[in-house]
Design a protein around this ligand. Structure first.
Ligand code: NAP
Length: 543
């Protein structure tokens, strides 16, 4: 163990006098000591070691709060703190788990300064909303941020990680990996652009993020495209409440807000509705081929520029009147209009065994569950666009897939049928699934060939049910809205329902059930609502 002995002049070169003075003032008010350990190793170039020492010495010139120690890689301290490479800086290891793998020079000087100050402060300085997200994390996360000294965006992401480690010590540990010093590690993670952030070896962000998105990505263990702050208000007053955050609801929100209305979206589950679980979308204008989740992320981020979204909140009751009162599981909203954009849910086969083996072989979402069936034999039930899209997606994932259709012709679009044939996916025509059998998990299907009048059992590891959707009209029915014979909300061409002040848009209305038509209906409904709230047609009727 050695104390820093780098000559003062070299250390001073790293921090010009004016910067020294600013840092002196910043460090003077910090309440805590800042233990800083440098680990050096025999394989390291002597000039690297000198630079690392100079850097530590430079900061000791401006504050006596930094308690610096240098250790070699074969020291007991290296074993104690799990350091196996050099050079590595370790910050206050008794309190936090924060390391810098390399020497923080160039742009990374900012990461070093901020890290030292935050540790001296003993606080993360994160916004309350960000802390709330981090508080949801209940299992350890090992974060790695790959950076380089020439990358101006890297310190933002590195400091996000440092702040998270300070906010949740014991749970979040952080390695900031300087790619210049750790080319092997960067190679192993294929981190060929910086910054890149991994948590428990999973890529959770490419590029620098605002702190809220960083926290959301860390919590969800995937890159978050938007951040929805939690809302505490027990009562919310607004012009328009949109129930449902699919393409119709999200588009309506954008149009309503841009017309000057105050609008909110309430979504009980996840944003995007069915699109969020659609593997690939190829017919949304302007985006030739995009993952459904990506499209939803783009739409949601756009809507969030205009409106508040209340996520995982279920509407319990809607009481019409002036204003309309909407009670959810968490609060009450008052509004002048309500738009029901509640979409549709997966239709079930209603075959024996379907419920028992749901999640144990039977699935309704190939995007979610498809990868679990790689190399296995799986059936897809249905003959429409969804079934063919899912079958193609599963084949792409390396699943041995068979389509099972109850008729002798598909109703999917021509180009999807062509792709299905090209992929050589076998189809069992005129076949009904009579039963799903198995023990712990599903093992076989009882199939009835209607043409041959024959029933047989075939082994399958999985079944993806893709036979259409049922409109979610529960709230509409409770409100007493008129429902069509097919089970959709009855509405006029302007999306007005049978009750003044209540509107509908999207799949809950029936029709073509395309993303673009749902979005179109949302836009049209929002414009009608704006017109109606400005010139209420029901008042004309009463006059
Ligand atoms: P869909 O078009 O209504 O097709 C449902 C399929 O499931 C039909 O082939 C139907 O058979 C079959 N089916 C229904 N009930 C069944 C049962 N009890 N047992 C066995 N088979 C049954 O539904 P979808 O494919 O989910 O599509 C829903 C909507 O979204 C459609 O409007 C579709 O165009 C749209 N969509 C579009 C795209 C796209 O444009 N790329 C992608 C996905 C979905 P029959 O043919 O015998 O009725």
């Amino acid at each position: 163990m050695t104390e820093s002995s780098a000559p003062r002049s070299r250390a001073e070169k790293l921090l010009p006098p004016q910067v020294q003075e600013e840092l002196r003032q910043a460090f003077a008010v910090l309440p805590h000591d800042i233990p800083l350990l440098l680990f050096t190793g025999p394989a390291q170039a002597p000039e690297e070691i000198e630079t690392a020492r100079d850097l530590a010495a430079a900061f000791q010139l401006v504050t006596d709060k930094i308690k610096f120690r240098e250790h070699s890689l074969d020291s007991p301290e290296a074993a104690k703190w799990g350091v196996t490479t050099a050079p590595v800086f370790v910050f206050a290891p008794e309190r936090y788990s924060i390391r810098y793998l390399g020497v923080p020079l160039g742009e990374e000087g900012r990461t070093l300064v901020e890290t030292l100050i935050l540790i001296g402060l003993g606080q993360s300085r994160l916004k309350p909303q960000t802390l709330k997200v981090l508080e949801k994390i209940d299992s350890p996360r090992q974060v790695m941020v790959f950076v380089s000294p020439t990358c101006p965006y890297c310190p933002q992401q590195a400091v996000n990680a440092v702040k998270a480690a300070i906010a949740r010590p014991g749970l979040i540990s952080v390695d900031i990996v300087d790619t210049g010093f750790n080319a092997d590690l960067a190679d192993r993670y294929a981190a060929y652009s910086v910054p890149q952030t991994f948590a428990d070896d999973i890529l959770i962000a490419k590029g620098a993020q605002p702190e809220e998105l960083f926290a959301a990505s860390l919590e969800q263990m995937e890159e978050a495209a938007y951040f929805i702050p939690e809302q505490d208000a027990p009562r919310v007053e607004t012009d328009l409440v949109i129930v449902g955050g699919g393409p119709a609801g999200l588009t309506a929100a954008i149009y309503a807000a841009r017309s000057g209305l105050k609008a909110v979206i309430i979504e009980r589950d996840q944003l995007g509705g069915q699109v969020a679980t659609t593997p690939v979308v190829e017919n949304y204008p302007g985006l030739a081929r995009i993952g459904g989740k990506n499209l939803v992320d783009i739409m949601a981020a756009h809507a969030l520029e205009y409106v508040d979204i209340f996520l995982r909140e279920e509407v319990r009751e809607i009481r019409t009147g002036d204003p309309i009162e909407i009670t959810t599981s968490l609060r009450t909203f008052t509004a002048r209009a309500v738009l029901l954009a509640t979409g549709a849910v997966h239709r079930k086969l209603d075959a024996p065994g379907e419920e028992r083996f749901a999640g144990r072989g039977v699935s309704y979402c190939s995007t979610c569950d498809g990868p679990l069936f790689k190399g296995k034999k799986v059936a897809v039930a249905g003959g429409g666009n969804s079934a063919v899209t899912e079958a193609l997606h599963l084949r792409h994932l390396g699943v041995d897939v068979t389509l099972i259709h109850r008729r002798d012709a598909l109703r999917a679009q021509e180009h999807l049928v062509h792709d299905l044939e090209q992929a050589g996916i076998p189809v069992l025509w005129n076949t009904e699934i009579r039963e799903i059998r198995g023990h712990e998990k599903m093992e076989e299907l009882v199939l009835h060939d209607k043409q041959a009048g024959r029933t047989e059992t075939r082994p399958f590891d999985g079944l993806f049910v893709s036979i259409g959707y049922q409109p979610q009209t529960g709230l509409a029915r409770e409100l007493g809205l008129e429902i069509t014979g097919d089970g959709y909300i009855r509405h006029d061409e302007l999306h007005r329902t049978s009750l003044p002040g209540v509107y509908s848009a999207g799949d809950v209305e029936g029709g073509y059930k395309q993303i673009v038509t749902a979005a179109g209906a949302g836009a049209a409904a929002a414009m009608t609502i704006f017109e109606d709230l400005t010139h209420p047609y029901w008042k004309d009727r009463q006059a």
